[in-house]
Design a protein around this ligand. Structure first.
Ligand SMILES: NC(=O)c1ccc[n+]([C@@H]2O[C@H](COP(=O)([O-])OP(=O)(O)OC[C@H]3O[C@@H](n4cnc5c(N)ncnc54)[C@H](O)[C@@H]3O)[C@@H](O)[C@H]2O)c1
Length: 258
């Protein structure tokens, strides 16, 4: 399919790699105009240059989503470069994993600053424009950690639970303004983040095999498989979904035992 996102002007955070990049490519393929944000300047430049070389017309800006001023500037620049935003994909996030009693106050702050406050900073920056133009769609990339717990991953699941709360709260608050706010909850996805997680174990290969074995289908998702769900959720095909969360985990979070 193509052209499912014609007329969409989307800001995507954390778009330089991984799931964010896969979503960006899928949105370009469906005719959206994009403005990409990432805090990694070099990676974002390489990514944006490569997408432009493939013919994409897009804007980009290095910004940390924890910096509300920088995000406000990014949204203004997006308006100038691709037109007033009518969609936001809050994808940037960080893993902060520890056993609760070994987790520091700094871990807590970093986790909540990026995964919750950062997403809120972006919502806060785009909502006035969406209200003014009569509607919009926001998609928060949550995780199955938003409703299930894996030991020793504290406080990441708390932050993803809060992101789900933000999704519901804003979805209800602005439904009457024709703004939809939804969450997408991937399980394990093959990205740099997943590799780093396996590398944190003494035997990374065994940890990877263990992860695959946990899954009903014997494998984890590709970033493209998450991206196709994101395209649907941001498109008008999905126009009556609001304050909801779509799980894309191959059934992992439903399975009680193997
Ligand atoms: N990979 C998985 O298995 C998985 C599973 C479930 C949910 N998720 C969620 O999906 C999202 C993307 O994950 P990924 O695996 O693609 O991650 P990734 O680490 O591969 O990419 C994340 C990108 O976000 C950027 N970023 C991080 N903090 C930022 C900040 N403060 N400001 C701006 N940019 C920032 C990074 O520079 C990076 O380019 C995250 O929210 C993550 O929690 C990932």
């Amino acid at each position: 399919m193509a052209n499912r996102l014609i007329g969409k002007r989307i800001l995507i955070t954390g778009a330089a790699q991984g799931i964010g990049l896969a979503i960006a490519k899928a949105c370009i393929g469906e005719g959206a105009r994009l403005f990409l944000v990432d805090r990694d300047a070099a990676l974002l430049k390489d990514t944006a240059d490569a997408l432009r070389a493939d013919g994409a017309k897009l804007g980009s800006m290095t910004a940390d989503i924890t910096d509300a001023g920088a995000i406000s500037t990014a949204v203004k620049r997006a308006g100038d470069e691709i037109g007033s935003l009518n969609a936001l994909i809050n994808n940037a996030g960080v893993n902060v994993f520890a056993e609760p009693l070994k987790s520091s106050d700094e871990d807590w702050d970093r986790c909540f600053d990026v995964n919750v406050r950062g997403a809120w900073n972006c919502c806060k920056a785009v909502l006035p424009g969406m209200i003014e133009q009569g509607g919009g769609a926001i998609l928060n990339i949550a995780s199955t950690h938003a409703f299930t717990i894996i030991p020793h991953t504290f406080p990441y699941p708390l932050a993803k639970h809060a992101l789900l709360g933000l999704t519901k709260s804003l979805g209800i608050e602005y439904a009457s303004k024709n703004i939809r706010v939804n969450a997408l909850a991937p399980g394990y996805v093959l990205t740099q983040k997943a590799t780093e997680y396996w590398n944190s174990f003494p035997d990374p290969k065994a940890a990877e095999a263990e992860t695959m074995k946990l899954h009903p289908a014997g494998r984890i998702a590709t970033a493209d498989e998450i991206a196709m769900a994101a395209v649907f959720m941001i498109s008008d095909e999905c126009r009556f979904m609001n304050a909801a969360c779509l799980t894309v985990d191959g059934g992992l979070s439903v399975q009680q035992h193997q």
